[in-house]
Write a protein that binds this ligand. Structure first.
Ligand SMILES: [Zn+2]
Length: 506
């Protein structure tokens, strides 16, 4: 059966209609061109002038983490510790025997009372018997009560605040997820992404809530073979250590193995923490906390071992870097391991705190850049405090990266929601920060469509509205190229098509 979308306003096109056959676009033409090609049994959808874009590509997020986040106590709108306490108590009363109280998403910078993280004592006052874990919005800091610390054998933590790799130690103590729970999280994450018009993601899932890669990998493979995924997932593969990565490669997995619903993407290294939690690795102490320079999770040598092993299997490496010391170390680990012109697309995820000399090296090496303009929603207010005016000025250089490297946009969900429209808006407005690095509206849209496709080596089949491309489309009520930039987030996703099917409808 065919589907004809007529009376559409199509991004970057003078045409007004799209004919879909099965999962692909057959024709982009005028209404009459398309209507001529259909029979009575085909479907005609009149879009009444609505704006059609390629489905959004969120090039870095955590799909399982997003689904999990949507299932636990959500604290993104939490305004104070008192408010947090109420929300935790409300969930506590619904828990069954053996369950943990798990919450996520607070940001103490937005609290109206003391701007502090919850501590062990605060959480013990909520319960001493039920283990409680509260993760900060960035995912790099977790507060635990005494019971949770005991079960994780982390009793040495005085204030109950656990950071970086130690968070994985707590995760290991959580009740094990089984396949059906994982499927539930994946499907919740997919539904959320579709509602924001997202049809393809680069997603880092192996260690989000599981101890190792096997269960998430097998579950994604199964769902993709059964065609039960309304989202294309390009897996950014994170491992506990090099031995585990070797085991994965020995099993025959490497970059590009899979299908267009689930495919193995690059090796992912989480090298430092976050700016919000002051755990991002900085070359100089934090401007607003002179006693700390953040945390590095790997030595340069450890990273080199990973990168060289990935290179042997033609697998790109992408490294999470927020602070400039993390970028220094990653550039050192990449030295000699990135081939001329960077054909494998080795890259840097986040690209936040950067010095000019590092930007020059990133451009010279043609490193792939995965940025999240949506971070400016919260970071614009704190970056100067954290790193000082001089370093803030060369940070978040989105336009420079966009114009000189392969750069794509994303949300890092569940750090932020996969709200591509807000991301597009902030790539333009930058929330008032250093306007010289603003993208044009077309660049901002492309950073969420064709550039994302390019980043994932899928530019021949997604990211564009053209014949033979997958019918992955998003329909908006507003032509966002024609409104003031600060109104883009008000546009509504009316429909999302993925593989020719309607997967979201308002
Ligand atoms: Zn991430």
């Amino acid at each position: 059966m065919k589907k004809a979308l007529i009376n559409a306003t199509i991004y970057k096109s003078e045409k007004q209609a799209i004919l879909i056959e099965d999962n692909k676009i057959l024709i982009v033409g005028m209404n009459e061109d398309v209507l001529q090609q259909i029979s009575d049994s085909d479907e005609v959808i009149d879009l009444n002038g609505m704006f059609v874009l390629p489905g959004f590509v969120d090039s870095h997020m955590h799909l399982v983490g997003l689904g999990f986040y949507l299932s636990c106590v959500q604290l993104a709108t939490c305004t104070s510790l008192e408010d947090m306490k109420e929300r935790l108590l409300a969930r506590l009363s619904t828990l069954k025997q053996g369950q943990w109280l798990i919450a996520r998403g607070y940001n103490e910078e937005t609290f109206t009372d003391a701007k502090v993280k919850p501590t062990k004592d605060f959480l013990d006052a909520i319960s001493k018997d039920v283990p409680i874990c509260v993760t900060r919005s960035c995912g790099h800091s977790m507060s635990c009560n005494t019971k949770a610390l005991q079960l994780a054998s982390m009793n040495e933590s005085k204030d109950g605040i656990v950071e970086e790799m130690d968070i994985n130690v707590v995760h290991e103590a959580w009740p094990k997820v089984d396949e059906s729970t994982l499927i539930d999280y994946i499907q919740k994450g997919i539904a959320c992404a579709n509602a924001f018009g997202v049809t393809t993601v680069g997603s880092d899932d192996f260690l989000s809530i599981c101890d190792s890669y096997e269960l998430p990998l097998n579950t994604f493979e199964k769902l993709s073979y059964q065609e039960k995924m309304n989202l294309r997932v390009n897996e950014q593969c994170e491992f506990n250590d090099v031995e585990e990565f070797s085991r994965f490669l020995d099993e025959g997995y490497t970059f590009d193995v899979g299908n267009d619903l689930f495919r193995i993407g690059p090796l992912k290294l989480v090298t430092d923490g976050s700016l919000g939690a002051r755990s991002a690795a900085m070359s100089k102490p934090y401007h607003d906390a002179q006693d700390t320079t953040g945390i590095m999770n790997y030595s340069v040598e450890e990273m080199q071992t990973f990168v060289q092993l990935a290179n042997q299997f033609n697998m790109p490496t992408i490294a999470h870097c927020i602070g400039d010391r993390a970028v220094d170390d990653v550039l050192e680990a990449y030295a000699g391991n990135v081939y001329e012109g960077n054909p494998l697309h080795h890259g840097i995820v986040h690209c936040q705190i950067l010095r000019q000399d590092q930007i020059d090296q990133i451009i010279q090496k043609k490193l792939s850049c995965y940025f999240q303009s949506i971070f400016l929603f919260t970071d614009a207010a704190i970056v100067e405090n954290r790193v000082g005016e001089a370093l803030a000025k060369s940070s978040y250089p989105y336009k420079t990266l966009y114009e000189n490297t392969i750069a794509s946009n994303g949300s890092d969900a569940p750090v932020e929601m996969p709200n591509a429209l807000l991301g597009i808006e902030l790539a333009i407005t930058r929330n008032g920060m250093h306007q010289e690095e603003s993208l044009s509206v077309e660049q901002a849209i492309d950073s969420y469509t064709i550039k994302g496709a390019e980043q994932l080596f899928m530019q021949d089949r997604i990211g564009k509205i053209a014949p033979d491309y997958y019918a992955d489309l998003v329909v908006l009520d507003t032509d966002i190229t024609k409104v003031e930039a600060n109104q883009i987030h008000e546009a509504k996703v009316m429909m999302t098509f993925m593989n020719g099917e309607v997967v979201f409808e308002r």
